[in-house]
Design a protein around this ligand. Structure first.
Ligand SMILES: [Fe+2]
Ligand SMILES: [Fe+2]
Length: 332
């Protein structure tokens, strides 16, 4: 159930930013994360199991009232899949300060919002530091600072913009709600998919932050909209447009820099690589929650037919994109 909006007249929860580093990060003395060993590939399986794309069957455990029981390995749990996705997320999150500067430049006449944005940007940066530190422990060849420097050279946010690239301040806040919906769902999906306890805890904490960020932007957005039906459809268009931007240069260049890909930057290649790895994390319940938040951000009831339709559409798109990206990757 999506949350009630924040009351913008009250201090936002993000304004009192706690020192999250100790909460989020394992100590320097903590052992590196461990992962399941590589699965066997030499198994004879019934044809119907071969159609399952998310799981790799390790062995037959036995037979009983529920039919044959197999030990399956969730492919997204593969060590390299998780690490590559987390490195990408660390790049984007670490860039929170620049997003904060962009927002405060665009909302320069709204000091209340700018004060909240400062706290929000600090939390986003901490997300990037926590994820990056985890990736450094999991892969000692990875350096957050080095990769982030490469990412900044590739992707720039218009920090001095005086007008929102979304066309209006309300639309800008609607787009931010969509981003926070996406990140909340993303970290919830990873939290539920991985067994490694440190990453699981980091993702659990970050998912809670992202949900709170959604409430922050949603609360401020109410001051910029009248709530008319025409306006709600305009918000829906903004939300859909922002969702479609998940295949733009930000994620792709973060994947390229975060994973130190050789050769020139190729947006399509990096998008396929990232999508093939990240879309498999999602389960239907994560998408359902995102659909409700998405509808609410557009001004519709989180429990109404628009929300249900959006959930179906999101689930369809996520599964189709995952299949498409995995097929491209397998054929490469
Ligand atoms: Fe974040
Ligand atoms: Fe966030």
């Amino acid at each position: 159930m999506p949350p009630p909006p924040n009351d913008p007249s009250k201090p936002s929860e993000a304004e009192g930013v706690p020192n999250l580093t100790e909460t989020y990060l394992p100590s320097q003395d903590a052992p590196p994360p461990s992962f399941p060993s590589s699965p066997s590939k030499s198994l004879s399986l019934p044809p119907e199991l071969l159609t399952l794309t998310q799981y790799e069957i390790l062995k037959e455990l036995g037979a009983g009232g529920m039919g044959l029981v197999y030990l399956a390995k969730d492919i997204p749990l593969n060590r390299n899949v998780v690490i590559k996705v987390i490195k990408t997320a660390a790049m984007v999150e670490r860039n929170g300060a620049d997003y904060g500067r962009y927002l405060c430049s665009v909302f320069r006449d709204d000091p209340e919002f700018c004060a909240a944005v400062d706290g929000w940007a600090a939390e986003e940066e901490q997300h990037g530091l926590a994820l990056g530190r985890w990736a450094e422990l999991a892969d000692p060849s990875f350096s957050l600072d080095r990769s982030f420097g490469q990412f900044l050279a590739m992707y720039k946010i218009p920090v001095d913009a005086t007008e929102s690239i979304r066309g209006s301040l309300g639309a800008e806040l609607c787009a931010r709600c969509v981003v926070e919906t996406g990140t909340s769902s993303f970290y919830s999906a990873i939290r539920d998919a991985v067994d490694e306890p440190v990453l699981k805890q980091i993702c659990k904490n970050i998912a809670a932050d992202e949900f709170r960020h959604y409430r922050l932007f949603y609360g401020h957005m109410q001051r910029y909209f009248s709530g008319s039906l025409r306006e709600r459809w305009q918000r829906l268009m903004v939300a859909v447009t922002r969702f479609r931007e998940t295949s733009d240069d930000e994620i792709a260049s973060a994947y390229h820099a975060g994973n130190a890909l050789s050769g020139p930057y190729d947006r399509v290649f990096s998008t396929n690589e990232y999508g093939a790895r990240s879309f498999g994390f999602y389960q239907e319940r994560h998408v359902r929650r995102a659909g409700h938040m998405f509808a609410q951000a557009a001004g519709f009831s989180p429990d109404g037919w628009v929300a249900r339709l959006l959930t179906l559409a999101l689930w369809f798109v996520i599964r189709r994109r995952g299949e498409k990206y995995r097929a491209v990757l397998a054929a490469a």
